[in-house]
Each structure stands twice: as structure tokens, then as C-alpha cells.
Design a binder for this molecule. Sequence first.
Ligand code: GDP
Ligand code: IMO
Ligand code: MG
Length: 434
Amino acid sequence: MAKHAEKIAILGVQWGDEGKGKLVDLLSAGFLNVVRFQGGNNAGHTVVVGGKAIALHQIPSGVLHPSCFLVVGSGVVINLEGFRQEMEKLKALGIEVLGRLMLSSGAHIILPYHIALDKWRESFAGRIGTTGRGIGPAYETKAARIGVRLGDLQNQHGLLERIANLHKEIGLIMGGQEALPSPEAVLADLNSLSTPLLPCIGDTHEYLFNSWKKGESILFEGAQAAMLDIDHGTYPFVTSSSCSIGGLFTGTGLPPKALHKVIGVAKAYATRVGEGPFPSELDGPIGESLRQAGHEFGTTTGRPRRCGWFDAVMARHACQLNGADGLCLMKLDVLDGLDRVGIVKEYRHKDSKNVIGSPFSIREWDNIEPVIEYFDGWRQPVKGVDKWGGLPAQAKKYVKAIEEFIETPIAYVSTGPDRETGLLAPRSCLKGLL
Ligand code: GDP
Ligand code: IMO
Ligand code: MG
């Protein structure tokens, strides 16, 4: 496909795992650059090509297209061992990453200490249900200005001391340093893991600024999602990065005017992994059937995902937050065979029955009673349907109801995991790009 000049962001609007990976892979065919700007290897983005699933965690999901240049911005936290493993898996599939990769020298490195602290915290009551990848602690030491960045591996002046300070500080928090590897061992590992990557570490802001000025196309791949955003999500049950639109600008250094379009991504129902509020959760047999039909088990940790109806209050809020021009609705086929499908259209206070907007404190979330509108299911499956006209009338009605509730036009409907399986909606803002 001919490359164009568009700059487009793909952002999750639920609690992650919406199918961002599939969409980014699909769109990447027409883009020169694909950029990750936040998160780390807590992300798990599955791309299915010819029936074969490839799980990506830190490498941008445009990697399967050899013509795409891959950028990892400064807002990302990097696990170097994970990066090595991911590159190796891709190499075994005949996909080379080195030579078309740039990593920001400002990206922070996830150290074994961060992982140990994450796991230690999760062993207590009140846990968040993190991925255990050290994400929160890595962003904490970044904010505390005591972290280690990729650029520190190129110029190691004072680096061992920084690592030793982290060893000491995190050891103190955990009440003992015995279980932690020595600073010397950590530095030796970082050096061996980073050797092949050293030539790829550089000023990604400068690279992206020049790409923008040259009129090159850039696809920005969000990880996690708005409801896991550190500021705008269901705090404290969130991740530690800015997963909505603001994170794109801080995590790349590009200004808002560099972006043409923002595309939200949601499943046709809802899932969440880990603890935290989930007003539309289905605990019973319907939730279980969604889990089985949608293979709702984490790409990163294998944990079963909690499942529920599509929550239009939350998705509308997330689309507004991101300024979404369109929404891609994924996994519609998972609802095939259900007698009826529900959409949460408003939240009411469980005692007063007053309508409430998007609550911000955990106490408020506890008082929510979701108001669900039900729609007829469809007998003829949508799985594999590739034209809007091919959708059964009830499925069209369901998609249009979502569009109306969230006040954002549907851009694309996905009807299967494979790259080719899906359709453009009639008013799609992705026309010409997909
Ligand atoms: P991400 O984190 O947003 O990239 O999403 P994940 O990859 O963690 O989870 C989405 C899962 O749904 C993956 O296994 C995809 O292969 C799969 N998937 C994506 N789109 C569709 C679809 O339209 N139908 C079905 N059945 N599966 C899909
Ligand atoms: P992708 O990019 C779904 C969740 C964890 C936990 C919370 C905090 O695949 O959509 P963390 O390890 O980040 O400190 O965990 O966030 N979480 C995700 N859930 N998809 C993800 O990423 C997630 N990344 C983190 O389950 O509830
Ligand atoms: Mg995922």
C-alpha cells in the first residue's frame, strides 16, 4: 500500500486488551513509522496472521511489516531481558528488528529491584492485581529522579552508584536487601543485554520531529487504556502511566498539532484484568461464556479476564477524554449466539437512583447501579463478515446504539482475530487508510 502523510493515534478506551495490536498491525501496512510512547511489558498485544498468533509486549505492533520503522519513546519503561526475548522470537519467524528500530535514550529501564518491589507490594491485602512486571516502581523512581535510563548505558559515568542507591532504597522499603541481586550483577546484565541495542538508542524526539516535518506518516500505538490511566482511570486500580492522549505528547515530545486523528478502540463488550471497579461485570454463566468465546485470558500473565457488558458511560467518557474522532469496535463475533446483548447506558446511585456521571473515588464506584438496555441477539453469525451490508440487522442496531450512546462515530468493526477479518463502518474516518 502507498504510504501517506497521516499521523494517527490508536488508544484503548476500556481497561486494556481491546484489540489494539490487531488494529495497529492492520493499519501499519500504510504507515512509515509506528511508535510506542508509554507503558512497558505489562502490555500484551496479539496479532494474528494466517491463523498464527504473535504476542508483542514492547516492540511496536507494526513490526510484522518490514517497511515500518519502529520507535520507542521516552514515556516507555523498558525491560531489556523481555526485549531480547521478543526480538529472538521474531527472528525465529524471520522478522528482523535491529536496523529499523530507535529507542529513546530517555526511556527508563525496569530493574530487578522494581520487579521485586512490585511483587512484594502485591503480596499484601489491598493489592492492585498488577502484572508483576515492575511497572509501578519503575515509574516511581523515574518521578523521584533516581531511575536509570537507556542513555545511561551509553555513558556510564556514575551509573553503578545510581544502581547501588536503588538497591539500597528499595531494599530498605522491603525490609532487607538479601533477596536482591547486587548492583554489580545488575549492571553486568544490563551491559550484556544492551550490547546489540546500543546503536539503536538515540534522540527519538528529534527523529519524530523530523519525520513530522518531512510529512512522513506516523502511527502511535497506545498501551493499556483510559480506565487504567494514572490520572483518569479507576484509581488506585490503574497502571502508572498516562495511557490516554496526554501520554502521547509527553512520551514522544511531539506537539498536539502534529496529530491528525485519534482513534479509540473498544471491545463490543468489556473486560478487565486485576482488581478494581467494573460496574457491568457479569459474574455468572454469560460472563463465563464471553470468557470462553473471546479467549479472555491475559496475553501477558495468562490470568482469566473478568467479563461484562459494553459500558457506554465509561466509553463515552474515555472518547471525550481522548478527543476520539472514531471508535473501532472489536470482537463483535464473540457476541454471536447470545439471545440478548446489553449496553450500560447510564449509572445511577444505588440508593437515591439519581443519575451520576463518571465517578472518581472508589467509594463512589461502590454506590453505582448500572442501567442496562438490552438488544436482541443475532442468529446469523457476524464472524468473518467483511462488509457493513453483510451484518445481520440486529448486529447493526447494536453497533448503531453504541455509536449513539458514546457520541462518537464507529470507524471499524472487527469480526475475527485475523488481520483481514473486519469491516469499515459507513461513516468511517479510516476510509482510505484501511
Ligand atoms: P490489546 O492489548 O489491546 O492489543 O489486545 P490483546 O491482544 O491483549 O487482546 C485482544 C485479543 O482479541 C487478542 O487475542 C486478539 O487476537 C483478539 N481479537 C482481536 N480482534 C478480534 C475480533 O474481532 N474477534 C475475535 N474473536 N478476537 C479478536
Ligand atoms: P494492554 O496494552 C489489560 C492492568 C493490570 C492491573 C493494572 C496495573 O495489553 O492493553 P501494572 O502491571 O501495569 O502495574 O498493573 O493494570 N494492566 C492491564 N490490563 N491490558 C494491559 O495492557 C494491561 N497493563 C496493565 O492487570 O490491573
Ligand atoms: Mg493486551
